[in-house]
Design a protein around this ligand. Structure first.
Ligand SMILES: Cc1cc2nc3c(=O)[nH]c(=O)nc-3n(C[C@H](O)[C@H](O)[C@H](O)COP(=O)(O)OP(=O)(O)OC[C@H]3O[C@@H](n4cnc5c(N)ncnc54)[C@H](O)[C@@H]3O)c2cc1C
Length: 404
């Protein structure tokens, strides 16, 4: 077990500094443009792939860090650069986490490299859980996967919605119900490679923030895939279903297993946005003169900045601690993963709003980045479990009571 420490080792400092300069040089200058264009920034993805940041190697090393901190450091720096662009780098890790959480070692070896592609031809992956009628309530998925024993194939039907990289990914990891009577315990995850007949992109959504990240529906119509595309394999699924039918405790929902491990890194992205806005507002408050003096000399402004920084530091502690716990395979027995995501996301919304207030009218215009950061921050209280759902998870964990 690695001890928890906030002191970064040399490797971590080097990675942080490297990503920070990438954010300064390759992200900040193009962030406003891609926010306006609201398209997938393939040139940027290629730049990140060529730099070795969008790559299997980079993420494999980050995941392998025994302290758990490299991944959250990376997420913070990239989101500091721009959260929408960053989502093109980190969004694929959700699909990858879905494969890691549910796939056999052979499936991980086969599919994870395909999620990233190569530096010359980078690819994306998507993790498809949410449906029009099943957002927070992931146990009520309607997408069905039916086994065709004669052909050893699965047939999937249903509609997934608000999927990051949906319809443009090389690999879609789809969570579907194999036994609706079992609710969340009757679900399984499947990999569907691009080019498979029966999977297509539906509506592309226009969004408030993280507009450089593609979000769309994924429609499955009699989508036939070989039996081996079921993550974890049929024997393991049959055993799990049998246990669930007997009422024995099982290892839980396929989707939840993925979200558990990714929450601290989602919190870290929110932290990156909050830090960007705080730093900008601090500099601005020292320079902007009103009534013959810098506005920071007013306690009303200085105290805002003090609160912003305090909340950011508190978020980082929660995020790093949860990331460390995750790397030690410690259970989040008090909902620590949820705490980190909840606190960091709500901090990001609040801090970016305060940053607009500190910039006054300028902050409200698109000439300054703080309005974009505020728009970008809001999604972090919604996706990968809303703030209300995080509170539910924490409340259940700390009380042992089935709170609803
Ligand atoms: C930009 C974007 C990207 C996304 N990317 C992905 C992706 O890649 N893959 C994917 O699968 N999904 C993705 N999502 C979907 C996202 O995870 C869902 O939007 C989220 O889980 C909430 O579901 P919902 O929108 O249906 O809200 P609902 O579940 O309908 O919730 C509406 C409101 O009710 C509250 N609520 C619901 N149930 C309870 C309860 N029991 N107690 C208290 N309050 C409750 C919620 O907190 C919320 O405030 C994405 C969404 C967006 C907007």
């Amino acid at each position: 077990m690695t001890d928890f420490s906030m002191a970064l080792n040399e490797d971590q400092q080097t990675i942080r500094d490297w990503l920070h300069s990438f954010a300064v040089n390759e992200m900040r200058p193009i962030a406003a443009e891609w926010d306006q264009r609201e398209e997938t920034p393939w040139d940027f993805i290629r730049t990140a792939a060529a730099a070795g940041i969008y790559s299997l190697d980079f993420f494999a090393n980050a995941f392998a860090d025994p302290s758990g901190l490299t991944l959250v450091l990376a997420c913070e720096e990239l989101a500091w650069g721009d959260a929408g662009l960053a989502m093109n780098i980190v969004g694929s890790t959700l699909g990858v986490a879905g494969i890691m959480a549910n796939g056999t070692p052979e499936q991980q070896m086969e599919w994870i490299p395909i999620c990233f592609g190569t530096p010359d031809d980078p690819k994306l992956s998507a993790f498809c859980v949410s449906e029009p009628d099943a957002g927070s309530d992931v146990s009520s998925l309607r997408t069905r996967a039916v086994y065709d024993e004669a052909n050893d194939e699965w047939v999937l039907n249903g509609t997934k919605t608000w999927i990051t990289n949906g319809g443009i990914a090389a690999v879609h990891v789809v969570v579907a119900s194999v036994d609706p009577a079992l609710g969340g315990r009757g679900q399984a995850s499947f990999v569907i490679p691009e080019g498979t007949p029966g999977i297509r992109m539906g509506q592309k959504f226009l969004k408030m923030g993280i507009r450089a990240s593609h979000t769309a529906e994924v429609v499955l119509e009699n989508c036939r895939i070989p039996g081996r595309f079921l993550l974890g394999g049929k024997d393991k699924l049959d055993e799990r279903l049998a246990r669930a039918r007997e009422g024995t405790r099982t290892s839980g929902q396929a989707a939840m297993a993925t979200f558990e491990v990714t929450r601290p890194s989602v919190g870290a992205q929110a932290l990156g946005i909050a830090r960007a806005a705080y730093e900008y507002a601090l500099d601005y408050a020292k320079e902007r003169q009103q009534f013959g003096r810098p506005i920071i000399e007013n306690q009303a402004i200085a105290f805002k900045l003090a609160d912003m920084r305090t909340q950011i530091e508190a978020s980082r502690l929660l995020v790093w601690h949860a990331a460390w716990m995750g790397a030690q395979r410690m259970p989040f027995s008090n909902g620590e993963g949820s705490m980190s995501k909840l606190h960091a996301s709500e901090t990001a919304v609040k801090v970016t709003e305060e940053a607009i207030q500190i910039l006054g009218g300028y902050g409200y215009t698109r000439d300054y980045p703080v309005e974009r950061w505020h728009r970008d921050s809001k999604i972090y209280t919604i996706f990968e479990g809303t703030s209300e759902i995080q509170r539910l998870i924490i409340a259940r964990a700390i009380s042992g009571v089935k709170i609803s």
